[in-house]
Write a new protein. Structure first.
Length: 338
């Protein structure tokens, strides 16, 4: 009869009744690590000691432990996969999220490590049956029994689900909006937010139902700023499209600024804002052409006076050059659109 999660949990808990000399040594090493004031923990060293203390020395070398910079939806994950040589489910990989845990208290990292180590223990003892346990998520009775026992023994707080919702949401920077009826329905209002640039489509389990009940089309409405490396990899056509968007934004804001009589400041990334106080976006410039000299002489009656006045300077949205507002159109036409 195959071993169940509950069977494996009871066996691990029984080993805690009377600790062996090796378990006591592992416990002392763990306490030494956790008593220091370091904000970070060496998860590989802790994992080695936890393997002896709580998991009957079954995890090493079967389980690969690593930090993952791409894991942004959960604090940790334990994967069981097939060995390509044998075709059996024997490969176990435990991943810890760098983005979600790097700024959290050390206790969150340790509790997450133990949570995933429990999954790894069940994968070792019950194989693929663990992920199809009595609750369908691997957090059934066996998991809860062992998690509670370890938490009580070491004063940990091993929970079923993490509460890092703000951190998770901060990485969901690719956003799509549906134009169908679901945009007016809670709780999602037609929005799909993801940490990776993968548009909603047939690969999503909910896609067929959405097509039947809504039938709307998703359009991307938000995405993170491209890195320097990503910008350099763009084609000329893609770069031209980005410049056009920046130019459109500048023209709109410039028109609003002229209508309100306020100068327009253009940032390096094409963002525009109207300034209504403080240091104005003006600098002293010298007009040395004949027309300006003629106007100044006529006004002052002095042939030797060179007119000096103030002009609003703006920044080109494409090359970031600063020049007089009256010359920006000529600059764009000659330098960038020719």
């Amino acid at each position: 009869m195959p071993v169940t999660d509950e069977d494996a949990a009871i066996q691990a808990i029984a080993a805690l009744d009377t600790l062996s000399a090796e378990q006591k040594q592992a416990l002392d090493a763990i306490n030494t690590i956790l008593q220091d004031d370091e904000p970070f923990a060496d998860i590989h060293e802790l994992f080695r000691h936890y393997n002896v203390l709580y998991f009957r020395k079954l995890l090493l070398p079967r389980v690969e432990l690593l930090w993952s910079p791409r894991l942004t939806l959960c604090a940790g994950i334990c994967e069981l996969s097939k060995d390509p040589t044998t075709g059996k489910y024997t490969r176990i990989r435990l991943k810890m999220s760098t983005p979600l845990l790097q700024y959290r208290p050390r206790s969150d990292t340790i509790n997450t490590l133990l949570h995933e180590a429990i999954h790894a223990y069940f994968f070792v003892t019950t194989s693929w049956r663990h992920s199809r346990g009595d609750d369908g998520t691997g957090h059934g009775a066996g998991f809860q029994i062992l998690a509670d026992a370890i938490s009580d023994h070491g004063n940990y707080d091993i929970t079923i689900y993490h509460t890092f919702h703000d951190e998770v949401d901060s990485y969901r920077t690719h956003v799509w909006q549906c134009d169908g009826v679901c945009k007016d329905r809670s709780p999602y209002f037609g929005l799909v937010k993801r940490s990776m640039n993968r548009a909603p489509g047939k690969s999503d389990s909910w896609w067929a139902r959405h097509q039947q009940e809504c039938g709307g089309t998703y359009a991307k409405i938000s995405e993170p700023e491209k890195t320097k490396k990503q910008r350099e990899a763009l084609s000329k056509k893609e770069r031209a499209g980005m410049q056009k968007n920046k130019l459109d934004g500048w023209v709109k804001a410039s028109a609003e600024g002229r209508a309100s009589g306020k100068p327009v400041e253009t940032g390096k990334e094409g963002e525009t804002s109207l300034k209504s106080g403080g240091r104005q976006n003006t600098e002293t410039v010298v007009e040395s052409n004949a027309a300006s000299q003629k106007r100044s002489r006529a006004a002052s009656g002095d042939d030797d006076v060179l007119f000096v006045g103030k002009k609003v300077l703006v920044e080109c949205p494409i090359c970031s050059m600063r020049l007089a507002e009256s010359n920006i159109n000529e600059h764009l036409d000659v330098v960038h659109l020719s």
